[in-house]
Write a protein that binds this ligand. Structure first.
Ligand code: G3I
Length: 348
């Protein structure tokens, strides 16, 4: 187990006043995915997080590939540093993620049986959630369980867990997490629910089928995470998204926006025009959700265009830097930040 903080890191952690409550009445908590190094090494980045956020989540750090370089090792360096920062500044930290098909270390491909898969998943969750019991109040237990293009015969996405345990891995992960920290809020997180396409409709249908089934089995599921990596070349299916969220709300489950950003690859080049379009798309998305319920939190997948995953897959053809987030690369607010603040303060 690794994770000691250096003394210089400790000096950075000057405590600040507690922030607004995170649930119930008042503004909806806003937060962002963070990267560990700039959180400590970049004062402007640190200031941006503290100026705007009530919640943070590690963009990485709690994924298997970060935590488990080897079957016998847990490396908690990143999440320990992220959580120390959050606790020192009165921020809440979400945990992302315990059971996912992505960011898995190569050694997990050697898992050869259902029993081995069950033991690895259960011991991983007990170790990770146990370490942060009472300190990480909300977990993306399962990430992206629905197949990219789900069908009646194949609604669940392929993963090491699905392959060995079938869809029961989802209920197992939820029950194991609840046992490790009974007070934690357990979330299933997924994406592409806002699209006006057959695929978007199918994803909404099969995701609702999944959570309805989990509820019927009495699985400890408390909320749904709607990622919100919005493709700007398709309109937001407002009525489809609102109806989807209303069904989740009617099941007594909470809703969080967990990874909002607008993929600006197909948008026009000039920044003022592009930023206005990005803000408008974010507004359409948030208001479609807000029409059905008060989300528990709104998080963007990063806060500044300086640190974003979008160019990994959606580099612009014109070579211009992507601008998918609420602050620009110099940490200056863009119209998207105003949209988010208006929305998070619109529930009285
Ligand atoms: O840290 C290594 C660095 O040492 C190495 O030099 C570099 C080059 O290979 O890779 C760095 O690791 C990268 C890591 O991000 C940190 O930047 C990994 O290759 C890269 O795969 C990883 O991508 C992350 C991806 O999830 C996979 O974990 C993205 O940053 C992160 O934004 C993305 O986030 C996902 C959510 O978890 C789930 N929803 C979709 C979202 C976007 O894909």
């Amino acid at each position: 187990m690794l994770g000691a903080l250096s003394t210089s890191t400790a000096s950075l952690l000057a405590p600040m006043a507690a922030r607004a409550n995170t649930r119930g009445k008042g503004p909806i908590p806003y937060g962002a995915a963070v990267r560990t190094d700039p959180l400590y090494d970049d004062p402007a980045y640190q200031k941006a997080i503290l100026d705007y956020c009530q919640v943070i989540v590690g963009e990485g750090g709690l994924k298997w590939i970060d935590l488990r370089p080897d079957r016998h090792i847990f490396d908690f360096t990143q999440p320990d540093r992220q959580l120390a920062f959050a606790e020192a500044h009165g921020l809440e930290m979400r945990g992302h993620t315990l059971a996912w098909h992505g960011a898995m270390p190569d050694w997990t491909e050697t898992i050869a049986s259902a029993e081995e898969a069950r033991n690895e998943l259960v011991s991983h969750i007990h170790t990770v959630v146990g370490r942060y019991k009472g300190r990480i109040p909300s977990w993306d237990v399962c990430n992206e369980p629905i197949a990219e293009r789900p069908t009646r015969n194949a609604p669940i996405r392929d993963s090491i867990w699905q392959r060995h345990l079938g869809r029961d891995y989802i209920e197992l992960a939820l029950r194991t997490t609840a046992a490790a920290d009974p007070a934690a809020r357990l979330v299933i997180n997924d994406y592409n629910f806002e699209q006006p396409t057959d695929e978007g409709r199918a994803r909404r249908k099969f995701f609702l089928d999944l959570i309805r089934d989990l509820k019927a089995r009495g699985a400890p599921l408390h909320a749904v995470g709607i990622q919100g990596h919005i493709q700007s070349d398709t309109a937001i299916d407002r009525s489809g998204l609102t109806a989807f969220v209303a069904e989740i709300d009617a099941m007594g489950l909470g809703v969080l926006v967990t990874e909002l950003d607008v993929i600006d690859k197909p948008l026009p080049g000039p920044e003022p025009e592009r930023d206005a379009a990005v803000a408008n798309i974010a507004k359409q998305f948030l208001s479609a959700i807000g029409a059905a319920c008060r989300p528990e939190a709104v998080l963007t997948w990063g806060i500044s265009d300086r640190f974003t995953w979008v160019p990994i897959w959606f580099t612009r053809d014109d070579g211009l830097p992507n601008r998918p987030l609420p602050l620009d690369a110099d940490y200056q607010p863009k119209p998207m930040m105003q949209v988010i603040q208006d929305f998070t303060h619109s529930f009285g």
